[in-house]
Design a protein around this ligand. Structure first.
Ligand SMILES: Cc1cc2nc3c(=O)[nH]c(=O)nc-3n(C[C@H](O)[C@H](O)[C@H](O)COP(=O)(O)OP(=O)(O)OC[C@H]3O[C@@H](n4cnc5c(N)ncnc54)[C@H](O)[C@@H]3O)c2cc1C
Length: 262
């Protein structure tokens, strides 16, 4: 490690002004950022912690919308959203291990947009809105490729709002060493149709599988997908799985998610 300043603001306004400093970077649970700093792949001059901002921690429901503060840990979402949005709570409950779940935050996960992370699938599959200190961003506009998002450099994710669907389920095929998704599929059935978001599979990062959405919106059943599988062209191929293996998993996990929705 090397020397850096540490700021622990109590309000979003204080955080925004700390983030305006040269070389400042937001710190959520530090599960990604701190190892990156230790490896000297990142060297922020000021770390601005989000976890002391009370308004950014917690889970609240208003009407049909579940809102999660940007600094809320995965463990808190797993516990507090269990009755409100079970499909999303189950996703949070299966992220990493207990240490990661008790430190990692939804804002950190979405800002990082790891191509194998779970929350990007939950947010895109739910049609969530990412709220920052300056604006609202629809999930459809937010995810812009591997580790790429619509966020500006000093923008802070203050909360994420999820329309609660009729049914939803997330199926993850674990990469056993990291616990990230080798492939993960989030399926949400709403009155307006079905959304299917896939993580871990594509070189473009999380994406909506529109072909499956069309088939499932016409008939919400495993059979509607028949032997469909993901599009081979964009699939990640690495030592953990070939492109065709991942494409196959996309189909299998989507069918499992539909079956689990009941
Ligand atoms: C061993 C291990 C296993 C894991 N397994 C999984 C898994 O199965 N599924 C999964 O989805 N994830 C997994 N993760 C990732 C983890 O869950 C965290 O979500 C992730 O590391 C980032 O969240 P964080 O709060 O720790 O962010 P940090 O590491 O603090 O920050 C990450 C990035 O987000 C930025 N940031 C943080 N908070 C905000 C904010 N509020 N607004 C704007 N920018 C912000 C930071 O500046 C940084 O660029 C795993 C991590 C580890 C170490």
């Amino acid at each position: 490690m090397y020397n850096f300043e540490f700021a622990k603001p109590k309000t979003v306004e204080e955080a925004a002004s700390a983030m305006a400093a040269e070389g400042a970077q937001a710190l959520g649970g530090g599960q990604t950022l701190l190892p990156t700093m230790k490896q000297r792949l990142a060297s922020p001059e000021v770390l601005v912690s989000m976890t002391g901002i009370e308004s950014m921690v917690g889970v609240a429901v208003r009407g049909d919308t579940l809102t999660i503060g940007g600094a809320t840990t995965h463990a808190q979402v797993a516990a507090d959203a269990a009755d409100l949005y079970p499909g999303l709570a189950a996703l949070a409950a299966n992220i990493g291990d207990p240490a990661v779940r008790n430190r990692g935050t939804i804002g950190g996960s979405l800002a990082n947009n790891d191509p194998a992370a779970c929350y990007p699938a939950g947010a895109l599959g739910s049609g969530a809105t990412i709220t920052t200190n300056t604006r609202d961003i629809a999930a459809d506009d937010y995810f812009q490729g591997m580790f790429e998002t619509a966020l500006d450099e000093d923008e802070i994710i203050t909360s994420v709002s999820f329309p609660i669907p009729e049914k939803a389920n997330y199926q993850k095929f674990d990469q056993p060493a990291s616990r990230f998704a080798l492939v993960g599929v989030f399926v949400a059935k709403t009155a307006d149709g079905v959304r299917v978001a896939v993580t871990g599979a594509s070189n473009e990062g999380v994406y909506r599988w529109t072909e499956a959405e069309t088939a499932l919106s016409a008939s919400f059943s495993e059979g509607a997908l028949e032997s469909m599988s993901g599009n081979l062209d964009d699939m990640i191929a690495d030592l953990h799985g070939s492109a065709s293996y991942r494409a196959h998993l996309v189909g299998v996990l989507t069918r499992r998610a539909v079956a689990a929705c009941g």
